[in-house]
Design a protein around this ligand. Structure first.
Ligand code: ATP
Ligand code: MG
Length: 397
């Protein structure tokens, strides 16, 4: 694809951004730097403030406080159409009276680009829709319209491309294909992409950095592997994949490991993978790191819990998910790759669960104050919680 008019990707900096709507704070003091040329994913549950963040960057909302810098230039007071930013919105709006081709070439023509039509065709070929270039938006399916919106944004080669759930209306196969193509486009032209999604798998496959957002704040940020293998909060541990979490007091410290008493069992966790080293702590392990065995194993470097009883077995082809009820611990989840035919243990079997000490992690949440599981609330619940918190703060003051 021609990149002659490409601008190079730009750093994006959000400094102390707060956004208050009447009666509701959507974003609270957000600091974020996205280096030029990166593919950055903002991941979080519905209502956590993702779209609001994009609208602030695009200049469609004014922050209540804070500054926005693009390529080192303060654009906080710059009109939206003067920012080097293009957005593919969650609800993509195409011009209904124009053909698909005109929709895509519109921005280029307005900027006086000579080969606008040719570039628009190229962008449409990229999303495999050049054959409908002469149709109008109403003659396309929702997923096709979404791809047109994507072509229309990419064709402008903005320094910063904001993507708000751009693949939401596509079926799984097309979604996977577009994920690969989007990543390729980004790599080819070196633009900065800020991709918003609540699909954790999409964020992990596409992004080089993920920020997990919760209630208007960033809980943790890093490379996908880092976030997955070493989550720092229960929210991240459960939002990005699944986790088995246990809470108990640190009872001793043994070289490089902490020993935690979990319902009478001594469970070890590497000191350098634990955020808290004393008092009550929450530790965890991912379900695929846990093995099921039918006799109690005794080996150094292994954590063992059990015996427990298998209360659910669900076969999903490549793997089987087991739910194991362990007295004093609750129900634990184990993912086991199907290396043989069928499940390795059956419903009702007595089993022990074991994992390598090195695979555990310790959270920074204070078990005394943090709820063990953050529910994936919808917007209204978050609004209610925020209001309740504000009211209680006001009462305390
Ligand atoms: N104009 C507005 N006035 C009042 N509250 C608003 C306004 N716009 C957004 N909000 C609130 O701000 C919060 C964040 O909204 P936002 O649209 O950023 O969520 P989101 O993370 O994009 O969610 P989703 O995944 O559902 O798209 C929500 O609680 C929402 O109700
Ligand atoms: Mg949104």
């Amino acid at each position: 694809m021609a990149t002659s008019f490409a601008e190079s990707g730009a750093d994006l900096e959000l400094v102390g951004i707060t956004k208050r709507f009447p009666g509701f704070t959507a974003i609270e003091h957000l600091d974020l730097t996205i280096p030029a040329g990166s593919f950055f994913a903002l991941l979080g549950p519905s209502g956590c403030g993702k779209t609001t963040t994009l609208r602030l960057i695009a200049g469609l909302e004014d922050p209540t406080a804070g500054r926005i810098l693009i390529g080192g230039k303060d654009v906080t007071d710059t009109k939206s159409y003067r920012r080097p930013v293009n957005t593919v919105f969650q609800s993509y709006a195409l011009f209904p009276h124009m053909t698909i081709l005109d929709n895509v070439s519109f921005g280029l023509k307005r900027r006086g680009i000579a080969n606008a039509t040719q570039l628009a065709h190229e962008a449409l070929r990229l999303v495999e829709l050049d054959h409908v270039a002469q149709r109008r938006p109403s003659q396309l399916s929702g997923g096709q319209q979404q791809r047109v919106a994507l072509a229309r944004a990419v064709v402008n080669r903005p320094a910063l491309l904001l993507l708000d759930e751009p693949l939401g209306a596509l079926d799984l196969k097309l979604r996977r294909q577009m994920q690969i193509e989007l990543k390729q486009i980004q790599g080819d032209v070196g633009l900065t992409f800020l991709h918003v999604t609540h699909d954790q798998e999409e964020a992990m496959t596409m992004a080089d950095t993920i920020a997990v957002m919760n209630k208007g704040e960033i809980e943790q940020m890093g490379a996908p592997e880092e976030l997955y293998e070493l989550p720092k909060t229960a929210f991240v541990a459960n939002f990005l994949g699944q986790s088995n979490l246990f809470t108990g007091p640190v009872v001793s410290s043994k070289g490089d490991t902490l020993v935690v008493d979990i319902a009478g069992r001594k469970i070890e966790v590497p000191r350098n993978r634990a955020q808290r080293h004393a008092g009550d702590v929450t530790i965890g392990v991912r379900p695929e790191k846990v093995a099921l065995v039918t006799t109690e194993p005794k080996a150094a470097g292994l954590n063992v819990v059990g015996p427990g009883r298998v209360v659910d077995v669900s076969f999903s082809g490549v793997s089987t998910q087991y739910q194991v009820q362990v007295p004093g611990l609750g129900v634990l989840t184990v993912f086991s790759q199907n290396l043989a035919f069928g499940p390795i243990v059956n419903l009702g079997a007595e089993v022990w669960l074991t994992w390598t000490v090195d695979h555990g992690f310790g959270l920074e949440d204070d078990p005394a104050t943090a709820p063990r599981f953050e529910p994936d609330e919808d917007t209204s619940q978050i609004a209610t919680q925020r209001r309740e918190r504000l009211e209680s703060e006001l009462e305390e003051a």
